[in-house]
Design a protein around this ligand. Structure first.
Ligand SMILES: [Zn+2]
Length: 352
């Protein structure tokens, strides 16, 4: 197998009240001190940013500067880079959701300084993945995350919509795995380099656990909620172990056509796409739908706030999109969706 890089997060601080120990964590575990830039937004600043700033100052950081970002744009990264240089910062903290963390990761990586992530919601794997997604196509190489601070009190208080979306994104592995199995059974050339039996089995285990504990997670029962968060925390590494492979299936191709709407979260689009594609694959889509409903995730076009036509277009566009990707082989290569079959599929699953 060709050599490749697998990036991991070096250390986690996890549990109740974690942000009150962030300064000690930086000093004692990461040997971090000096000057810090905290990236957040007005809401996140109130929830966690201010407290983190005070804690770091108390732990002996020379200076802590706070910056609010407006979106995942390269211009925002450039603005932070200037601040890093002006301050002589040694570390950037990305606090909040995917956008704040992605901007922090990109700016810190471009300036070769350390990155700490502090998720306040769990809707994507942004907190530990050495990857940042920008709407303008900017794709910087991201350094490994030095530390990730998960304060379970803060996450539990976050609007449930975000956790449900994160859960839905995970369910995407159902159709992702099925697509991968299909590609292997057809002996596609790119599957010969597959080295991820371990990751593949772990992914199936993740899915089993998430189905089993859906009710307990929704009720925020401590052990089940910990399970959900910890599964999420290590997911970035699992995905890398399996590359290229099942961590991306047709559900993500379909979701592309839904998540460009203003008020649709990535995971929400993936959840609905997973119901559709699992059905198209002949899998147990009813079980996927049941689990998503159990955790309070969105399962219809109406709940997602998109028109029926949008769903049909996402399905047919995904068919042409996957065919342009030579390193993937999916159900849509064998059973392309037309307007007519897409309509049938969406109605059958009661997505529309
Ligand atoms: Zn995803």
């Amino acid at each position: 197998m060709k050599a490749r890089v697998i990036k991991s997060c070096l250390a986690y601080l996890y549990g109740s009240g974690a942000i009150n120990e962030i300064g000690t964590f930086c000093n004692d575990e990461l040997s971090l001190t000096g000057k810090a830039i905290l990236i957040s937004d007005p809401t996140v600043w109130t929830i966690a940013g201010k407290q983190i700033s005070e804690n770091l100052m108390h732990a002996g950081f020379e200076k802590v500067e706070s910056v609010f970002v407006k979106g995942a744009w390269k211009s925002e990264v450039d603005m932070i880079r200037e601040k890093i240089r002006a301050l002589g910062a040694t570390v950037v903290f990305g606090i909040g959701g995917g956008v704040n963390m992605d901007v922090a990761k990109a700016a810190a990586s471009e300036e070769n300084i350390n990155i700490i992530t502090v998720p306040t919601i769990f809707a994507t794997e942004a907190q530990t993945m050495a990857l940042a997604v920008f709407r303008d196509g900017y794709r910087p190489n991201i350094r490994p995350i030095l530390g990730c601070v998960v304060d379970t009190d803060i996450i539990k208080q976050a609007p449930w919509r975000f956790q449900a979306a994160g859960y839905s994104d995970f369910m995407g592995k159902t159709s992702g795995i099925a697509d991968w199995e299909l590609a292997c059974s057809r002996k596609k050339e790119f599957t010969q380099n597959f080295s991820g039996i371990f990751g593949y089995e772990l992914a199936k285990l993740q899915l089993r656990l998430l189905h089993k504990y859906a009710v307990a997670v929704k009720n925020k029962e401590e052990k089940a909620f910990d399970l959900f968060l910890q599964v999420f925390m290590i997911d970035g590494e699992i995905n890398q172990l399996c590359k290229p492979g099942w961590n991306w299936g047709t559900e993500h191709a379909v979701a592309r056509g839904l998540e460009d709407c203003v008020d649709v979260l990535h995971g929400e689009a993936v959840g609905i796409s997973t119901i559709l594609m699992t059905c198209w694959q002949g899998g147990d889509w009813k079980n996927v739908k049941k689990t998503l409903e159990t955790v309070g995730a969105k399962v219809t076009a109406k709940q997602l706030g998109v028109s029926d036509d949008k769903i049909i277009n996402a399905l047919t566009d995904a068919t042409s999109w996957v065919k342009q990707r030579p390193n993937y082989y999916t159900i849509l290569h064998e059973k392309p969706l037309t307007d007519k079959t897409a309509q049938f599929l969406a109605e059958m699953t009661e997505v529309i």
